[in-house]
Design a binder for this molecule. Structure first.
Ligand code: TYM
Length: 330
């Protein structure tokens, strides 16, 4: 029996190098060995204001970005969250098991409610419970995510514990986070103290995976680096440079030590020029495939539909077991 992997991304902004390196790069490798489900978290996107048209267009765009990045709809189940109503159904049961005290601790809720002061809605608060439902519906063993999602994963494990205490074991599987060794936290290009985020208002802070070559070069060359000249990987004293070296290392397959040797005696500028080239070469075929996929929305619709049907068939089994266990008449 292959282990089950599940992960997703919220449909906001465009996928960035941070999403690629922290998550999708790993998803691609996992699809070869595991039973994988990857989805677009469009319901999660509703926790902040969304223009309906933009959200609709973006859902197609994200789906095409997943495929263009190398996720294969034959090897994996790729689907859209809102097309599988079991997610919200399980989420309600789990909401009734989750103490508010646990939600109060979520750092992402705190950060997001500071950022969206005019819209601190209940969905923003219960967001991690929906995320737990996403994972638990499919009996996922491993959840490949970046470092920023670790706390949500821990809450998901707590929720399994609450469920088991009340209703017994064997109904929901205890998942584990799968966090890559390097690149689990790619930082903003202009402000390496904060993470690279696709919903950042300042475009210079991130490289989107569908940026063109010119934009990529401009953003990487303009990235903030630190004082000094030596090319040395040291996130404490050289956070800007180290961030660029992490990106370089993951995309080129070279270790940061190898990069230090290669750039001995050279300037930051040299590394930036070469890194921009590596990023452009990595993303060029992605962009081409993306443009191609976006020309045929009907094809994307068909793929979404078949992914969602396959996901529903799997998720329904867990949901029925949960409903029976909690005493709902079926
Ligand atoms: P999201 O959309 O913010 O990010 C998608 C994935 O990319 C990772 N990531 C990063 N990794 C490294 N460096 C960065 N700067 C960076 N920024 C983002 C994230 O850790 C994530 O793995 N709540 C989730 C979506 C979600 C989900 C789930 C994930 C909903 N349900 C169930 C896993 C399982 C989110 O908003 O990710």
């Amino acid at each position: 029996m292959k282990k089950t992997i599940l992960s997703g991304s919220t449909v906001t902004g465009d996928l960035t190098l941070g999403n690629y390196i922290g998550a999708i790069h790993n998803w691609k490798q996992l699809q070869e060995k595991y039973d994988c489900l990857y989805f677009l978290a469009d319901l999660h996107a509703l926790t902040v204001f969304q223009d309906p048209k933009v959200l609709r267009d973006r859902t197609y765009s994200f789906f095409a970005q997943y495929l263009a990045l190398g996720l294969d709809p034959q090897k994996n189940i790729i689907f859209v969250q809102s097309q599988v109503p079991e997610h919200t159904e399980l989420s309600w049961v789990l909401t009734c098991l989750t103490p508010m005290g646990y939600l109060n601790r979520m750092t992402q809720f705190k950060e997001k409610s500071e950022k969206h002061v005019k819209n601190i809605n209940a969905g923003l608060y219960t967001y991690p419970i929906l995320m737990a439902a996403d994972i638990l519906l499919y009996q996922a063993d491993l959840v490949p995510v970046g470092e920023d999602q670790r706390q949500h994963l821990e809450l998901c494990r707590d929720i399994v514990g609450f469920f088991e205490n009340r209703y017994g074991e064997g109904i929901l599987k205890m998942p584990e986070a799968y966090i890559g060794k390097s690149g689990a936290r790619i930082m903003s290009l202009q402000d390496p103290e904060k993470k690279m985020s696709k919903s950042d208002e300042n475009e210079k802070n991130f490289v989107s995976i569908i940026d063109d070559a010119k934009k990529i070069e401009k953003k990487i060359k303009g990235a903030a680096t630190d004082s000094g000249t030596e090319i040395k990987y040291d996130p404490e004293t050289k956070p800007g440079l180290s961030n660029l070296m992490t990106i370089y290392s993951v995309l080129s397959g070279k270790t940061t030590e190898e990069l230090e040797k290669e750039y001995e005696g050279k300037m930051y500028g040299h590394l930036k020029v070469d890194l921009a080239d590596v990023v452009v070469q990595t993303l060029r075929p992605v962009r081409e495939k993306y443009d191609d996929l976006m020309k045929n929305k009907d094809h994307l619709d068909q793929l979404m539909k078949s992914g969602s049907e396959r996901a529903r068939a799997r998720s329904r089994v867990t949901l029925e077991n949960v409903y029976k266990a909690v005493g709902l008449v079926r």
